[in-house]
Every structure is written in C-alpha cells, then in structure tokens.
Design a protein around this ligand. Structure first.
Ligand code: NAP
Length: 268
C-alpha cells in the first residue's frame, strides 16, 4: 500500500488505518451487532495482518476502554514503525462518557497514553470532541496545552476529531490534522476535507463504512464507500475498525482499488 502524506506534518500514512475501538470497548457503541472483545492472540493476528497488508496507522483513544493498554502490550512484542493516533478529552467509565478539556487533564492524559503505549513521543494526538467543536477550540485549554507538549517533544502532531462542519473548518486553521466523518450517507463534512487539502493539513476519515451499517443491497458497498472517500485527493487515510481478518483483507484491497480508480467528483 503506497503511503500518503499526512498533510504537511512530514508523517506518511497508509491509505487504510486500523481503528481499535473494538479492541478495548464493547459498550455504548452504535455497531449493528454486539460483540465480545478479542483475546490478545486475536488482536495480535489483526495487527500482524494489518502490517503485512501495508497498514502503518493505528487509531486509538483513552475512551476506547482497554485499547491503548492492549496496543502497548502487544506492540512491545514486535518493534514496528507504526504511526499511532490517540486522543484526549474523553474518558469512558461504567457506560458513560465524561469530557475534560482542561490543561491538567490534557497533560495527565498524554502522559498516561505515553506510558500505556510504551513510547516516548505520540505521533498524533486528537482532541476527542464532545460535539461543541468551536467552543473547545476557542475557549478550552486543551489545544494550547497540546501545543506546549508538542514543543516539549512529547507529541509530533496535533488535531481534533470533529463533529461539526464549522468546527472542522476552524480546525483546518489551527491544527495540523483533522478527523472527519465522511461516508455514503453523511457528506456534510466534505468542505472540511477540501479546505484541509487546500491548506496542506492532514485528513483522517472516521465512520467511512457507516460504522458497519452498510447497504447490503448494493453489489459491493465497501468498494462504493471507499471510492467516494478516495475521490477526494485530500484524504490521507480512512480509519476502519474491524475484528474480522477477512474484512481487514477486503478493506485493504478495496482501498487500493479506490485509490487507483478515483470517482471524478467536480471540485466545487
Ligand atoms: N474520534 C471519534 O469520535 C471516532 C468516532 C468513531 C470512530 N472513530 C475511529 O474510527 C474508527 C472507525 O469508525 P467506526 O468503527 O465507527 O466505523 P467504520 O470503520 O465505518 O465501521 C466499522 C464497522 O464496520 C464493520 N466492517 C469493517 N469492515 C467491514 C467489511 N469489509 N465488511 C462489512 N463490515 C465491515 C466492522 O465490523 P467487523 O468487526 O465485523 O468487521 C465494524 O463494526 C474507529 O475504530 C475509531 O478508531 C473515531
């Protein structure tokens, strides 16, 4: 899989990233089916296959239950040059999310992510938005604190996983990268992707496969979803979560096909 620039950050990422919510948390999610958490052996098999397929990007978060801790434990077993994206601001305990965008919580979260993942620098830290993207970016201490930690060498790049178009557009102005939702049913954030591309900012796509709510009436819903995403040259990587080795393999093949066969959507 040919690596792509993550905007102007200097990092190069695979066009498919592996999302790891399902590695660590199985409550309070909107997937079509309930699931049990994978064993370490199963999670390792997914990581090994992802790496062999050319995936170099892993997406995790403190709000994904055991995900960060588990990745740290498993990745210590084989030294590979993964690009790891994690987040700050959201915690998930006893079935509930809590948000804290203060300086103290941000620092403590970054230090804990470094410890859990067993690394000295985090490649990318995204603010895990509660929904009020603009207020978080303008009024909370989280972004300036992440910039301080970046200057101190603990973080390479800083961004936000947004929930609004206005927040996404603002993030393009003040962050290195943005994580946006874009799929066959949710295309509102397209202007964010295009603005980020124009500004040389990295773009990660979440929920590209509609969190698994695919239209099975379509002959190849995965291919259709990825072709839409890779019509946008500004997309650095689509982060797809899976616990299924066959799905992972199919997603890698579909991403490679979509990158090579982009839909022609006129730039507005
Ligand atoms: N920052 C945020 O606010 C935020 C929010 C949501 C997600 N994310 C990140 O983005 C990642 C992806 O988001 P997401 O999990 O909501 O959505 P997604 O990637 O659109 O969908 C994942 C779901 O699709 C299924 N799937 C994957 N490949 C498939 C295939 N080839 N055929 C059929 N089904 C397939 C998976 O189930 P199987 O296990 O059965 O394959 C999984 O339940 C997450 O893991 C997380 O890292 C971030």
């Amino acid at each position: 899989m040919e690596l792509r620039p993550l905007g102007a950050t200097g990092l190069r990422v695979s066009p498919l990233g592996l999302g790891t919510v399902k590695f660590g948390r199985n409550q309070g999610l909107k997937y079509p089916q309930p699931f049990t958490l994978p064993t370490d052996r199963e999670a390792l098999a997914l990581l090994d296959l992802a790496w062999d397929l050319g995936v170099n990007l892993l997406d995790t978060a403190p709000a994904y239950g055991e995900s960060e801790e588990r990745l740290g434990r498993l990745l210590r077993q084989s030294r590979r040059d993964w690009i790891i994206v994690t987040k700050v601001g959201e915690e998930f305990h006893d079935g509930d999310s809590r948000f804290d965008f203060s300086a103290a919580a941000t620092r403590a979260s970054v230090e804990r992510s470094l410890r859990r993942l067993g690394i000295e620098t985090l490649d990318a830290v995204l603010v895990h938005s509660s929904g009020d993207d603009q207020a978080i970016l303008e009024q909370e201490a989280v972004l300036p604190t992440l910039r301080d930690l970046q200057r101190a060498g603990l973080i390479r790049t800083v961004g936000i996983s947004t929930k609004t178009v206005a927040g996404g557009l603002q993030a393009v102005e003040c962050c290195d990268l943005v994580m946006a939702t874009y799929n066959l049913r949710q295309r509102e954030e397209l202007p964010v992707i295009r603005a980020a591309y124009a500004a040389g900012k990295g773009v990660l796509i979440k929920k590209g496969l509609l969190s698994g709510h695919l239209d099975v009436a379509k002959s190849d819903p995965v291919q259709a979803a990825l072709q839409l995403i890779y019509a946008e040259p500004g997309v650095s990587s689509v982060v797809i979560g899976t616990l299924n080795l066959t799905h992972l393999q199919a997603n890698a093949a579909a991403v490679e096909w979509a990158v090579a066969n982009p839909l022609r959507i006129p730039l507005a």
